[in-house]
Write a protein that binds this ligand. Structure first.
Ligand code: KIV
Length: 253
C-alpha cells in the first residue's frame, strides 16, 4: 500500500469517502495498517477509553506524544493526526506552536484543535510553519463543562449558525480538514457543501466527506456504550471476556 498523504486525502472530497479511526497503540495500529483505512487519529478520547476518565480534559501533551510514537511504530501508511489536548494550546499561540512541534517530531502529520474563532490565529500560525491543522466543531468534548455534557449540538438555529460560522472561520484560517461531531445531518451536509476542505463526521449523519469513530467503540469494547450513531462492527466486549474466561478455566482446571 502506498503512503496516504494530505493532498491524497484532500483530493478525495466529492470523489471518494474518507475513512478515519482513532488509535492509541502499536498493536492496533498494525491491524489498521492492514485494513487500508485512510487516516488514524491519536485522539484525546484516550483519556476516556485508555485512562478510564469521565472526559478528555485530564489528557496532557506528553501522553499524546507517547501514544503518537506507539501508533507510528505500528503503522506508517495511514495519514496520522494527533489531537492537541486541553491546555496545550488555549494559554497562548506560542505554547500551542511549541506543543504542535512536539507532536510532529513524535511522528504526527497533522494536529487537531477544537473550536472556531478562538483558534483561528493559532491555525494560521501552525499552517504557516508547515504544520497541517484539522479543525473540530459541533460537539467539542473539551467544552464539556460549558455544554453540560456530551449531548448533540446544533439544536437551535442560533447554535446551528454558530457552528456553520465556526467551520467557515476554521477553513479560512487555513485548516486542511474539519471534524464535525454531534450535529444534525442537514447542518453537516450544508457545511460539507460550502467548505472546500474535507469534512469528517462523527454522529453527524452520512453526508460528510468521511467518517471517524473511536476504535474501541466501533469494535464494541463497551457493551454499555450504544449511542444511536454507532454501528459496532464486532462485539469485542463479549469476545475478549469469553477468551479470558476460557483461559482462566484452562489454567485453574
Ligand atoms: O478524541 C477523539 O477521539 C476525537 C474523535 C472522536 C473525533 O476527537
Amino acid at each position: 500500500m502506498s503512503k496516504v498523504t494530505l493532498p491524497l486525502i484532500k483530493n478525495k472530497k466529492g470523489r471518494e469517502k474518507i475513512s478515519m479511526v482513532t488509535c492509541y497503540d502499536a498493536s492496533f495500529a498494525k491491524l489498521i495498517e492492514k485494513s487500508g483505512i485512510d487516516s488514524v487519529l491519536v485522539g484525546d478520547s484516550l483519556g476516556m477509553v485508555i485512562k478510564g476518565e469521565n472526559n478528555t480534559l485530564g489528557v496532557n501533551i506528553s501522553e499524546i506524544e507517547y501514544h503518537v510514537k506507539a501508533v507510528k511504530k505500528g503503522s506508517q501508511t495511514p495519514f496520522l493526526i494527533a489531537d492537541m489536548p486541553f491546555g496545550s494550546y488555549q494559554i497562548s499561540n506560542e505554547k500551542g506552536l511549541r506543543n504542535a512541534v512536539r507532536l510532529m517530531k513524535a511522528g504526527a502529520e497533522a494536529v487537531k484543535v477544537e473550536g472556531g474563532a478562538e483558534v483561528a490565529k493559532l491555525i494560521s500560525k501552525l499552517t504557516s510553519f508547515g504544520i497541517p491543522v484539522v479543525g473540530h466543531v459541533g460537539l467539542t468534548p473539551q467544552y464539556v463543562n460549558k455544554f453540560g455534557g456530551f449531548g448533540k449540538r446544533g439544536k437551535t438555529q442560533e447554535e446551528r449558525d454558530y457552528i456553520l460560522e465556526s467551520a467557515k472561520i476554521v477553513e479560512k484560517a487555513g485548516a486542511e480538514m474539519i471534524v464535525l461531531e454531534g450535529i444534525p445531518e442537514k447542518l453537516a451536509q450544508e457545511i460539507t457543501s460550502i467548505l472546500k476542505i474535507p469534512t469528517i463526521g462523527i454522529g453527524a449523519g452520512k453526508m460528510t466527506d468521511g467518517q471517524v469513530l473511536v476504535l474501541y467503540d466501533l469494535l464494541g469494547m463497551d457493551e454499555n456504550f450504544n449511542p444511536s450513531f454507532l454501528k459496532k462492527q464486532c462485539n469485542l466486549d463479549e469476545i475478549v471476556t469469553d477468551a479470558l474466561k476460557k483461559y482462566r478455566e484452562e489454567v485453574t482446571g
